[in-house]
Write a protein that binds this ligand. Structure first.
Ligand code: ADP
Length: 191
């Protein structure tokens, strides 16, 4: 059972690469951002609270995220093919809670970080904002999301390095170029 944590700054291509991995290997793809946006789209009170947080570029609380993740773990029955976590964990407390959850199930996760320089990240998100309809793909919120990434998510690099579980991919090239590297890296675990 392979759990893959696809990490990286906002705009680094986690969602795109996760979709490609899902198509090629049949992995199940969980994007916490997509889950949260579905909740917002449902129009629920809970969704309204989430929307207020996301549209400012802040992170949703660890409690809410862990609740969603635990619910997801329980709902996945066919675990044979592997899971991709896109946008999770995003804080140290989430990484610690996830480690505990995996330990209880005698499972492990592989961490892969997509590295893209800041100028390119901003350009990609501004471009996506033209069509995505996402309330957080505008320059003010993008700047905030990048700050939040550096402060709250980047420390995860040290966390996974200290567990000898840190791999990087250069995500600055084309979608295909990034996917080829990812595929080559994963070959060690998949084939
Ligand atoms: P991006 O990586 O481009 O920011 P996502 O869809 O992964 O896009 O996340 C969008 C927003 O959803 C984040 O800015 C944050 O507010 C919220 N979010 C997603 N995943 C998490 C998480 N694991 N913890 C806290 N907030 C999250």
């Amino acid at each position: 059972m392979l759990n893959i944590i696809l990490s990286g700054a906002p705009g680094s291509g986690k969602g795109t690469q996760s979709d490609l991995l899902q198509k090629k290997y049949g992995f199940k793809h969980l994007s916490t951002g997509d889950l949260l946006r579905e909740e917002i789209a449902s129009g629920s009170e809970f969704g309204k609270r989430i929307d207020a947080i996301i549209s400012k570029g802040n992170l949703v609380s660890d409690d809410i995220i862990m609740h969603l993740i635990e619910r997801y773990f329980e709902s996945v029955d066919d675990r044979a093919v592997g899971l991709i976590f896109d946008g999770f964990p995003r804080t140290l407390p989430q990484a610690e809670a996830f480690e505990q959850l995996l330990k209880e199930r005698q499972e492990e996760a592989l961490m892969i970080n997509l590295v893209v320089d800041e100028q390119e990240l901003v350009a990609r998100m501004l471009n996506r904002g033209k069509t995505s309809g996402r309330s957080d793909d505008n320059i003010d919120v993008i700047t905030k999301r990048l700050q939040v990434y550096h402060r709250q998510t980047e420390p995860l690099i040290g966390f996974y390095k200290s567990r000898n579980n840190y791999h990087t991919i250069d995500g600055s090239g084309s979608i295909n170029n990034t996917f080829t590297q990812l595929d080559q890296l994963l070959a060690k675990w998949i084939r």
